[in-house]
Design a protein around this ligand. Sequence first.
Ligand code: HEC
Ligand code: HEC
Length: 188
Amino acid sequence: MVDDRFPKFIGALVIAAAALVGPAQAQNALEAKLQVCGACHGQDGQPVNAMTPIIWGQLTNFLVKQLHDYRAGDRDNPIMSGMAKTLTQEELRPAAMYFTAKMWPAKKAVAAPGAAPDGMQVCQVCHQQGFVGGAPAPRLAGQSYEYLIKAMNDFASGARNNNMDMVKIMSMLTPDQRDAMARYIAGL
Ligand code: HEC
Ligand code: HEC
């Protein structure tokens, strides 16, 4: 006869051990995993190159969605797909909150932006006044020109299609209009 008390006992031990690895330990384990992000996104929040976006101080919901989209293949980038897959679905929100809680890096010395190019009022309906981001859309102010123009051109061509509003809006603009807008936003 098989004694079935033994597996139950082991099961109870496993549950007890899991309870000991409480939220604090889980958070430490997650933060250890997130150290690698700084290799590109910057140890001080300033990305190491202009093609890498600032994520410190970015909106939580936006970061969660991007990490989800990279994991799912809805936003195509080989590096970030691999990085996002090092996190579990459950870790995406705590990871995003970890970066949101940090300070958006201080602006590098850039020329003061001139007048906003035509057609930019509509952007601020979602990206908010001054492009500082809010519930409907991420912060853009202070991202690099190189990252912004790539994101805008990727939406326009449909290479990035994880938001259909942005695909429509960007494809209605000419390349010159997108370029002028990216330059303006990078200078904010
Ligand atoms: C090897 C360099 C590298 C590493 C390491 C890296 N990233 Fe990225 N990350 C990038 C690049 C480049 C992009 C822009 C990709 C694109 O154009 O879609 C990006 C984009 C992102 C975005 C989208 C932001 C936006 O404004 O659209 C998020 C969120 C992000 N990374 C989070 C992370 C997290 C969290 C980690 C660590 C688990 C991480 N990254 C590690 C290079 C890196
Ligand atoms: C209807 C709301 C809306 C309007 C209007 C809008 N955006 Fe967006 N935009 C979004 C959302 C939402 C995202 C994030 C999409 C995603 O999930 O990747 C986004 C993403 C972006 C990104 C990529 C940000 C990043 O870090 O990856 C850029 C650049 C951008 N928008 C520029 C603009 C510009 C310039 C305009 C005006 C011409 C504009 N947007 C108008 C909602 C909007």
